[in-house]
Write a protein that binds this ligand. Structure first.
Ligand code: HEC
Length: 161
């Protein structure tokens, strides 16, 4: 009776540590193909929800985007000036170009300050809490992409201020 209990406890302990090791070794990275400077296919084959993307981009402690980037006026308070504004980004870049820049900007600019949000865990400048797993998962990346493609530049003509 007692032996059986110890055995079961051991099996449980081994089982759980095995899972933990696996999680560290295999972060949940969606596979993707880079074509030129873009990832044309949605990660995990699923497009995101622009409203969720807008919400996530405003969460400064999670996505961090607005620590560095500004958004179109009124979208989020206290925005960063370290990086190009994301206003009009949907007119400047294609959906696929935006996707690669969020997934792994360091592929395009190894010196970039921008975190690689869905890349190998050995990517440089990743805070210890995030090592071994992507900062944002595939669905979250797609929500951001879905939102950013909607940010078209405002027509210059006919704007009265
Ligand atoms: C630590 C600062 C930082 C953070 C945080 C950051 N970025 Fe960036 N981002 C940059 C910089 C700097 C660039 C300009 C390119 C470069 O220097 O690598 C850039 C470029 C971009 C571009 C391309 C802009 C263009 O005009 O070509 C996009 C799109 C982008 N970032 C989206 C995001 C999103 C979405 C997030 C949040 C998930 C984010 N960034 C978080 C610093 C940051």
């Amino acid at each position: 009776m007692r032996r059986a209990l110890v055995g079961a406890t051991l099996a449980l302990a081994c089982g759980s540590s095995g899972t933990a090791a696996q999680e560290t070794a295999e972060p949940e990275l969606a596979p993707y193909v880079v074509t030129g400077d873009a990832i044309t296919e949605p990660l995990a084959g699923r497009r995101g929800d622009a409203a969720l993307g807008q919400q996530l981009i405003g969460e400064r402690h999670r996505s961090l985007c607005i620590l560095c980037h500004a958004l179109p006026s009124g979208a989020a308070p206290l925005q960063g000036t370290l990086a190009p504004s994301l206003a009009g980004i949907g007119s400047r870049l294609t959906e696929g170009q935006i996707r690669l820049r969020i997934v792994d900007m360091k592929r395009l600019n190894p010196e970039s300050l921008m975190p690689s949000y869905h890349a190998r865990p050995d990517a440089v400048r990743i805070a210890p809490a995030w090592q071994g797993k992507p900062v944002l998962d595939a669905a979250e990346i797609e929500h951001l992409v879905a939102y950013l493609v909607t940010l078209k530049s405002e027509p210059v003509e006919g704007v009265s201020r």
